[in-house]
Design a protein around this ligand. Structure first.
Ligand code: AMO
Length: 446
């Protein structure tokens, strides 16, 4: 739109007649004049229509939330007592002289500032995403994605695109969506870009990808989705898993600092605190067995024989880490071979254990990672141990047959990361269009 200015630029235009466009956020009639807030991509601006602009006043009396307007008006400095320094354009208001209605709409199914439950938030997603709170969540998510890329680019990683259609399940251990493909073949949706990122280490040494991945598990929890965004990286020429954990520590510190710099207003609006991040080269870490000992001693319930942590154990360990190490992040290492995928390297120093780790963040598993088995013969052995047919993986195994360096990497759920940064209890709120067993945009039971 020609000559349009944005809310964020109004302060530089005091005294000028300007053209603006956006949505009506809300309207307040005050007898002879009308106030409304105009929302555009950069912020929300107070507009006032005075009685001397008769046509504009007539239009202003009709408008309702979410109508789309083009307006002309004069930018005025607000009286000192009405200045709001906390918002963009909070020091000015627009005295409206003309209103052109670009889209008149029906009444919204809910009040703009009403508290909505999760189902309503999701049933009306195209509308509820326009709310300030939802916008703030996804602005934060956008900065997470940007800073993830920035950091890895600066560390000589190359971004690649992994396929979503795959022939067979990459990982084992999780349910897959299968569908019919050409020539009577079955294909499936990728549960992770795992095998492709490992192959790509043979090409670029250090790679990352941001992939939509699909899990066919029938969960109905606050931390599982059937489609999520996986932030994956893989790096060659490592000495051990700690090299990956150190990089991960710096990566998350960078993301947190970027959020502090760019999203303080959003954190404030959502009532979220920035996480506690220790100065150390790597987040605190402990072996799974040590963690289980601690939990068993503290709770009196023996969990030392378990192959994994329960959600309440993850929460307990995060509280412990906060108290003991002043850190909202903690690594748990050396998960058992029986529970970890075939590609994870065994730890020769601890019988039956792998060079695998998880990173817990504010009570939830955020990341899984490991050093991988890069030696062809050993990898084939590990596949057989897991009951997998190496023949089926011959495409992937080419990379190993013809020289892959020692390497390792990690996968991190974008929605979990966003939700934990913002202390949002259900990751569906941190997912634009969540897919779960009950919903693909619409409720499936309906
Ligand atoms: P894993 O299966 O543990 O590991 O997944 C890694 C991370 O992805 C997120 N995540 C999920 N988020 C939402 N809904 C789900 N159903 C879901 N499942 C997993 C979590 C989890 O920590 N290939 C390995 C990673 C690696 O070793 O590089 C993998 O996919 O945040």
């Amino acid at each position: 739109m020609q000559n349009r200015i944005l809310v964020k630029n109004t302060s530089e235009n005091v005294g000028q007649t300007v053209i603006m466009a956006g949505w009506v956020n809300n309207r307040r009639d005050q007898g002879k004049m009308v106030f409304f807030d105009l929302r555009d991509m950069s912020g929300i601006l107070q507009c006032v229509v005075l009685p001397n602009h008769i046509e504009a006043l007539e239009s202003a009396k009709d408008i309702r939330p979410e109508w789309v307007l083009k307006i002309t008006g004069v930018v005025n400095k607000r009286p000192e007592k009405n200045i709001n320094i906390n918002i963009v354009g909070g020091d000015v208001e627009l005295e409206v002289t003309e209103i052109e209605i670009l889209s008149a709409t029906k009444e919204l199914p809910f009040a703009n500032d009403a508290e909505l439950n999760l189902d309503t938030l999701l049933d009306y997603r195209p509308l509820t995403l326009r709310r300030q709170r939802e916008q703030a969540i996804f602005k934060v998510q956008n900065v997470i994605l940007q800073s993830f890329r920035e950091f890895l680019n600066s560390e000589n990683f190359t971004e690649f695109r992994a396929p979503a259609i795959v022939g067979d399940d990459a990982e084992g251990g999780t349910e897959v969506f299968k569908f019919d493909y050409f020539y009577d073949q079955k294909a499936s949706l990728a549960t992770s870009p795992q095998l492709y990122k490992q192959m790509m280490v043979g090409v670029f040494e250090r790679v990352y990808t941001i992939a939509n991945v699909f899990r066919a598990e029938k969960h109905a929890t606050t931390r599982h989705l059937n489609e999520y965004t996986s932030l994956d990286l893989e790096m060659g020429y490592i000495d051990g898993p700690v090299d990956v954990m150190k990089l991960e520590t710096r990566l998350l510190r960078y993301v947190a600092e970027s959020l502090k710099e760019k999203c303080s207003a959003e954190f404030k609006l959502l009532g979220a605190d920035f996480p506690l991040i220790p100065e150390s080269e790597v987040f605190p870490m402990m072996k799974l067995t040590e963690a289980q000992e601690l939990i068993s001693q503290a709770t009196g319930v023996d969990c030392t024989k378990e192959p994994d942590l329960d959600p309440e154990h993850e929460r307990w360990l995060c509280e412990y880490s906060k108290k003991e190490f002043n850190s909202d992040f903690i690594f748990i290492t050396n998960y058992p071979r029986s529970k970890r995928p075939f590609y994870a390297m065994d730890d020769p120093e601890i019988e039956g254990r792998t060079k695998c780790y998880d990173l817990l963040f504010r009570g939830l598993e955020l990341i899984s990672g490991s050093q991988r088995e890069h030696r062809y013969e050993q990898l084939v052995e590990k596949m057989k141990f897991k009951g997998l047919d190496p023949e089926k993986f011959s495409f992937y195994l080419q990379a190993f047959k013809y020289g892959l360096p020692p390497h390792g990497g990690l996968g991190m759920g974008l929605e979990r990361l966003t939700a934990r940064f913002l202390n949002i209890p259900n990751i569906k709120e941190a997912t634009l269009f969540p897919r779960d067993i009950n919903r693909i945009d619409k409720r499936l039971s309906e």
